[in-house]
Design a protein around this ligand. Sequence first.
Ligand SMILES: NC(=O)c1ccc[n+]([C@@H]2O[C@H](COP(=O)([O-])OP(=O)(O)OC[C@H]3O[C@@H](n4cnc5c(N)ncnc54)[C@H](OP(=O)(O)O)[C@@H]3O)[C@@H](O)[C@H]2O)c1
Length: 337
Amino acid sequence: MAQRITSLLGSVWEPISKSVTKPNSLFAFLGAAVALKFAYKTLKWGYINFLRRNDMSKYKKKDAWAIVTGSTEGIGKAFAEELGKLGFNLFLVSRSREKLQNQQSQLEAAHHVRCQFYACDATKLDDVPFTKISDRLAGLEVTVLVNNVGIVHDIPTPLTEITPDLIADMIHVNTLFPVKLTQAVVPHLKKNKASCIINVSSFTAIAPSPYYSVYAATKAFNITFSRCTALELKEFGIDVLAAVPAQVVSQLNKVEPSLMIPAASTFAKSALNKVGLRQSTAYWFHAMPELLMAVMPESTLEDVSLNFYKTIREHELANQEEPVQQSKEKTERKKSS
Ligand SMILES: NC(=O)c1ccc[n+]([C@@H]2O[C@H](COP(=O)([O-])OP(=O)(O)OC[C@H]3O[C@@H](n4cnc5c(N)ncnc54)[C@H](OP(=O)(O)O)[C@@H]3O)[C@@H](O)[C@H]2O)c1
């Protein structure tokens, strides 16, 4: 048997080795290898984005709980809604107590699940009692953690214009808060056969993102944190996904949903479908620029990004100035009439 395999491999390798000794054939061979690699990547991309289905019931014990941070608006609200629909009890973590109370009653009524919440300000880490949160989780069968909460400035902003307070807040909310919460929650996840963590990163972390330097860096942190913990936690049956969305409709991004900018519910559903992978843009259309980036020259990509963000900044600044200008003109008109 071993002999047959060796002679078979030999018969395949012989013509290749002969041909690669001639320069033209060598280029043809290398070209074919690159084309094969690209075809493989494209097929894998197609499978992951269109065909792959994850069954969240794997994490759904009879009385399973899901924790969602930043749950009262945008993507976090959509995750809470989708997990509620799947029958998970919900432990909601967000800032406004009033919004959380309303969300609790709405989700309990809509999905007949149990809800608890914890109100805290993720910018004020010293005031957040992670041990106390962990104690509250002790009696619950927690199988899902969605580290979603994140903040960013409204418009593309040069590094020198981001205030020290905002820099500290972004680092606290986007990186330290999920790290400390994950530390508090993992011992509970380890009690189950299967559980999962979704860390919501951002496309700014994988594409050149001038004028989002600090935010993008915090989001790159989320990806690295996910990749490392995924390996550590694998033996405990804990899957860790870094979800890397481009724009999604949310409180921050109040636009009409479109093919490029999906509704938060569309994104959350797609992300739940991708659990089991290490990293994914989750929404299929956001995977297109990712594929494009793989073949585009780095310098072109950087030029395109720089122009893109500069144009957005100029546009947003002009929009901000417009009302001021209009009110000035109104005052002038009143004076002259
Ligand atoms: N939307 C996008 O286009 C987009 C794209 C890429 C990545 N992301 C990432 O997706 C995640 C969610 O973004 P989103 O657009 O859905 O945000 P969002 O609509 O602004 O909602 C943010 C949620 O987090 C809560 N929150 C904000 N600051 C908080 C704080 N200091 N302490 C505790 N909770 C706080 C908010 O509570 P309140 O109700 O009190 O405001 C709200 O529930 C973020 O990590 C973001 O970086 C978003």
